[in-house]
Design a protein around this ligand. Sequence first.
Ligand code: GLU
Length: 430
Amino acid sequence: MGNQDAVTGNTQEPDNPKESLNLLTSTQRVIKEALEKLGYPEAMYELLKEPLRVLTVRIPVRMDNGEVKVFTGYRAQHNDAVGPTKGGIRFHPEVTEDEVKALSIWMSLKAGIVDLPYGGGKGGIICDPREMSFRELERLSRGYVRAISQLVGPTKDIPAPDVFTNSQIMAWMMDEYSRIREFDSPGFITGKPIALGGSHGRETATAKGVTICIKEALKRRGIELAGARVVVQGFGNAGSYLSKFMHDAGAKVVGISDAYGALYDPDGLDIDYLLDRRDSFGTVTKLFTNTITNKELLELDCDILVPAAIENQITRENAHNIKASIVVEAANGPTTLEATKILTERGILLVPDVLASAGGVTVSYFEWVQNNQGYYWSEEEVEQKLEQVMVKAFDNVYQTAQTRRVDMRLAAYMVGVRKMAEASRFRGWV
Ligand code: GLU
């Protein structure tokens, strides 16, 4: 007889249970545990384990060669008890409905952790923007907005950038939405260019948030940032800016990577040079021959490891080999639950994704507030407010982990789920 998996009902062999790499079922498991710890009834879990709504759309796009290609996209709205749903749109060949659902739940948790008046949402399109032209991307972005326009809006669901989407894509989407509604709607989407109502500091916000978490984690461990050895996996928006901030703060960035490989230099890499040479998708290692693998990168000797790329990178296969004393998750879902347990037991301080990567949505909230007010803030104001929010959120999660004797991921879920559970209860939903 095998063990019953509480969420999926799957039967697993007791001797060698398979590690769960499914983001949705892993998230559901922690949500369940968090709600139980907080004393909510089973019905609350039933409400929060899946998004309230998921829309699947088919988007026909006229490609540059004249042929029509039909793309599949999703928009998931996890919970809107607290306020409109909020979260990015990713363009990636490996997008799945389950992934978008899990990501929408994480957005709800992030909003709860940094205390924003939002629930979580997320969108995705199955496509490879690295192989599409500028105009094809524009047609795809506009087609997606037309397909989801009934479901979204500045007081309903507010999209933003995510993996392989950027401020230009947000600009096309905002323009398309404004045309459909027949009035200018900057508050429909965040992460826009400054000229279209974007906020100062949004471009670097995720990396700034991660930097603040790193500083807070270092304080708890009594380690100085100057001279600390940092390894960053991924050189996209979060990874590249983070490497720069670490480098500028006097830390030694000894390893970085992209989807094709990794670079290592125990004396510290020349980050400014690498930033200069990366392409818009964060690819840079192709220019070098002396590369190592992403797998080797994660196991390098360092003080701080920042997975800022994709999911399921630290698993039970490599968790025992991680040498960092602090792991800060800038990506969504880079560490499995089994690996979380191993790292925690090994005394490694893990700052979970739903806390560490919440800087992006925090400044998105500031952008939306500025759009609603029509009054714009300076970069200093944005940074000061972000710092306040992130320090408070870190402290809250850290204290919860200490006082409730739970790991940092469960603590973050407990903090993140509480407001939406309370709001759902006050509305009389549960
Ligand atoms: N896509 C980002 C995230 O996963 C930002 C979302 C937003 O700004 O709304 O947190």
